[in-house]
Design a protein around this ligand. Structure first.
Ligand code: ATP
Length: 357
């Protein structure tokens, strides 16, 4: 994609919500939510189906009225009573919502025409936008005659054309195949940054969230469970839901005696120094947090299976009956199913959720 920049927006707006909530038929689908999104930031709303992502987006757009009013501000200005067409919000959906009888260029130019931009200026701006999304050759094509990825870029160019203060994207890549999704998510992320608009991007795909978001808000049953940069969400998830939703998390249940977590199991089971008082507990750690031990390590386990992923392999091992772990190790190591192996665990990566509560 070319990097020619169409005229950027005046600048993206900061967005503030205070106690923003939504109830449908006595069911609160969005709990009172406080958000601070910086001007030009890309915030991803990540969460499973039905957790309230789209509702939050629609409230910010003005497509839905919140339970309580005057709780949404753009650049400090209350937009609670400002109708959607005056909020200067751009929207891109999974379904594209393009005008099928118009050409690609006519779709992109539509908002400019409505705003009565003179024809020559409009044509020049449309050309710049088409170049921005890599569609300069396809301006005269009908929507029916372009691919899904090209439609999605057309939708993005059309949304950017009006120079929105805020751009809202709701699962814009969901209808595309895996290869195209992966390519477009990188492109969309850099395009949004280059354009400088503030963006809220809804997805249930964690890889997409990590690739696009400056920060990620993980939503759980109508509330934001954690909002932070990807690295913190991954390494220091706020609760078990976040831990499971973003990446793979291993769990070991056992008893802590004299500061050592003890799990009877295959071989020597698990013996980990975790400190603190005697208790029953569950510790969590990511697959990459282990190293093969040269002698008796923290955990011994039986190899079940290994899957090759280029430089690394994902090993499934059983520590005790019914307790399996997934471990990422260099592919240069070879493991036979049934073999007993011994691992050390990086103590920094161990998370014990109930202690944090
Ligand atoms: P998905 O990923 O499936 O799109 P989501 O996280 O975007 O899900 P929302 O669309 O915000 O979820 O919906 C949150 C909850 O609110 C759901 O239980 C949904 O059924 C409910 N809901 C949404 N819109 C309405 C409505 N207009 N009337 C009644 N209930 C609604």
């Amino acid at each position: 994609m070319t990097t020619i920049l169409a005229t950027p927006p005046r600048s993206g707006s900061s967005i503030t919500t205070r106690k923003l909530s939504k109830t449908f038929n006595d069911v609160t689908v969005l709990q009172p939510t406080d958000l601070e999104i910086a001007a030009g930031e890309i915030l991803v709303l990540l969460g499973p189906s039905g957790c309230g992502k789209t509702t939050l987006l629609r409230l910010i757009a003005g497509l839905e009225q919140p339970d309580q009013r005057d709780m949404i501000r753009f650049d400090g200005e209350d937009v609670g009573d400002v109708p959607i067409e005056k909020r200067n919000v751009g929207m891109v959906f999974q379904s594209y919502a393009l005008f099928p009888n118009m050409t690609v260029a006519e779709n992109v130019a539509y908002g400019l025409k409505i705003r009565k931009m003179p024809a020559a200026e409009r044509a020049a701006e449309t050309r710049r936008l088409l170049a921005l999304v890599g569609l300069e050759e396809l301006g005269n094509r009908r929507i029916a005659a372009i691919s899904g990825g090209q439609r999605q870029r057309t939708a993005l160019a059309r949304a950017l054309a009006i120079k929105p203060r805020v751009l809202l994207l709701d699962e814009p890549l969901a209808a595309l195949d895996a290869v195209l999704r992966e390519r477009l998510r990188v492109e969309i992320g850099s395009l949004l940054r280059e354009f400088g608009t503030t963006a809220i991007y809804v997805t249930h795909d964690q890889a997409e969230a990590m690739a696009i978001g400056d920060r990620i808000a993980v939503m759980q049953q109508g509330r934001i469970a954690q909002i932070d940069v990807a690295q913190t969400i991954y390494h220091r998830p706020a609760n078990e839901f976040v831990a499971d939703f973003v990446g793979t998390m291993n769990r070991l249940k056992g008893k802590v005696l004299d500061g050592i977590l003890v799990l009877e199991g295959i071989g020597t089971g698990a013996r980990l120094a975790v400190g603190g008082v005697d208790r029953e507990t569950t510790i969590c750690f990511r697959p990459e947090a282990v190293r093969i031990a040269s002698s008796a390590g923290d955990i011994s386990a039986r190899v079940i299976a290994s899957t090759f992923f280029g430089a690394t392999q994902r090993l499934v091992v059983e520590v005790a009956e019914g307790t399996s772990l997934q471990l990422d190790l260099p592919s240069s190591l070879s493991f036979r199913p049934g073999e007993i192996v011994s691992f050390d665990l990086d103590p920094q990566s161990v998370i014990e959720f109930h202690l944090k509560a």
